[in-house]
Design a binder for this molecule. Structure first.
Ligand SMILES: Cc1cc2nc3c(=O)[nH]c(=O)nc-3n(C[C@H](O)[C@H](O)[C@H](O)COP(=O)(O)OP(=O)(O)OC[C@H]3O[C@@H](n4cnc5c(N)ncnc54)[C@H](O)[C@@H]3O)c2cc1C
Length: 388
């Protein structure tokens, strides 16, 4: 006998778990089954993320999504409590700071105006103001920066577990199995088949498989413009501590850094071939990151690497933004994929949006239709300038 459920979610990372939670929390009464192949989340993108939460985007849709996410994360510990156990996520609202050279300053000013129109308290800082945030900063070649004090960073693993725990409490089932393919009949999704041969039937299947989302979608004969891209993060200690706690700071080169405890973590969008690859190496730091870091903050010159890791971006090759909603060619097949480096901050709004779409047929809180799959055929791409 086939197993039956109402909604299948493939992937129990931050996105799949946020969707499961939001559906149930919003009153969905059907049965939700989440399939996760990696019970310890060893390779999922979520725990390998830098955990940056920001509203500093260049498109209205991403600003709204970021703002919604930020608000949810400020009350996450209480909202996701199970019994008297709070869901602590260590959200440090130490700000986000994009540093700018002369040619970028007008561009940042326009971004600030747009962000403020959505209520984001972003501020344009002049060269000298930067030192009030990072007194040790080498600012000679900078003109200023775009700063938002409300933003910050958190512990991604705890967010994911918070959503999953609460979703389970509300009735979601997690099944730790590998999904082999999505099944369909006459343009409608019918369920999934597992690697072990078992099948589950459901009228709704949601692809939240992160870096593995493209191959899952191909199993239904529906390719998506997403590829896996390796991204490394290196952790290092410095001999002379900084005066202030760092905001998540993005150098004009794209190299970013922030505090992690008393150490610093740093990363950069290096050029790599698409593929799943978890190797990290010190030479990446020594050759690509350190020269920029040491020039920007003299304290970083004496850096001692204490660790590192690689994770995978789900990189949308068309416009680097998420793909959200039902596939136009297969009824009941929903996607929440292609988040590149901004899935942590988008998880709350995406969970809410998919919940609304499935329960009511439309978005209510934030209109996520600009992120629909059809935008590629329509050439209505969502070009985001602040990709990290
Ligand atoms: C180095 C790095 C830094 C980042 N920094 C930030 C940041 O600062 N801020 C930010 O917002 N975002 C950041 N991101 C991006 C963010 O981590 C991701 O966008 C987000 O975690 C995506 O969540 P997800 O649930 O879609 O994917 P995942 O966390 O990868 O979850 C997908 C899950 O699906 C499971 N799965 C896949 N295929 C199957 C299958 N066939 N059957 C069953 N299970 C399956 C996987 O095992 C996995 O657990 C970063 C990412 C990386 C790699």
């Amino acid at each position: 006998m086939a197993n039956k459920t109402d909604i299948i979610i493939v992937g129990g990372g931050v996105i799949g778990s946020s969707i499961a939670y939001n559906l149930l929390n919003d009153g969905y009464t059907g049965e939700i089954t989440v399939f996760e192949k990696d019970k310890l989340y060893e390779f999922a993108s979520t725990p390998r993320s830098a955990g940056g939460i920001r509203q500093l985007f260049t498109t209205g849709i991403n600003v709204q999504i970021g703002r919604y996410g930020l608000k949810k994360y400020t009350t996450f510990a209480e909202d996701m409590a199970v019994g008297d156990e709070k869901a602590e996520i260590d959200f440090k609202q130490r700000g986000y700071l994009f540093l700018a050279k002369h040619e970028n300053l007008d561009y940042l000013k326009k971004q600030m105006e747009m962000q403020q129109s959505y209520g984001v308290p972003s501020k344009l800082l002049l060269k000298e103001d930067l030192l009030s945030i990072i007194p040790e900063l080498h600012n000679a070649d900078l003109q200023g920066g775009l700063y938002c004090a409300e933003d910050g960073y958190l512990d991604p693993y705890s967010v994911m577990q918070g959503y999953a725990r609460k979703a389970r409490e509300l009735g979601a089932s997690y099944v730790y199995e590998d999904v082999e393919k999505i099944q369909s009949n006459r343009g409608k999704v019918t369920g999934i088949q597992l690697k072990n041969g078992n099948t589950y039937e459901a009228p709704i299947v949601i692809n939240c498989a992160g870096p593995w989302a493209p191959s899952l979608s191909e199993s239904a004969g529906l390719p998506i413009p997403v590829v896996p891209l390796k991204r490394q993060i290196i952790q290092f200690e410095i001999a002379e501590p900084l005066k202030n706690e760092l905001p998540l700071t993005v150098d004009p080169t794209g190299v970013y850094f922030r505090h992690e405890g008393t150490s610093i973590i740093t990363g950069y969008g290096e050029k790599v071939k698409p593929g799943i690859d978890f190797k990290w190496n010190r030479s990446f730091f020594e050759e690509q990151l350190w020269p920029i870091l040491a020039e920007r903050v003299p304290n970083f010159e004496r850096a001692k690497i204490t660790g590192g890791w690689a994770g995978i971006y789900s990189h949308n090759t068309e416009d680097q933004n998420a793909i959200i909603g039902e596939h136009p060619k297969m009824g009941g097949y929903f996607m929440a994929v292609g988040f590149s480096g901004h899935g942590m901050q988008q998880a709350p709004a995406v969970g809410k949006g998919i919940s609304e779409l499935i329960r009511t047929g439309e978005y209510e809180t934030i209109d996520l239709t600009p992120l629909r799959f059809e935008r590629f055929a329509e050439r209505k791409l969502v070009i985001e300038g602040a990709i990290v």
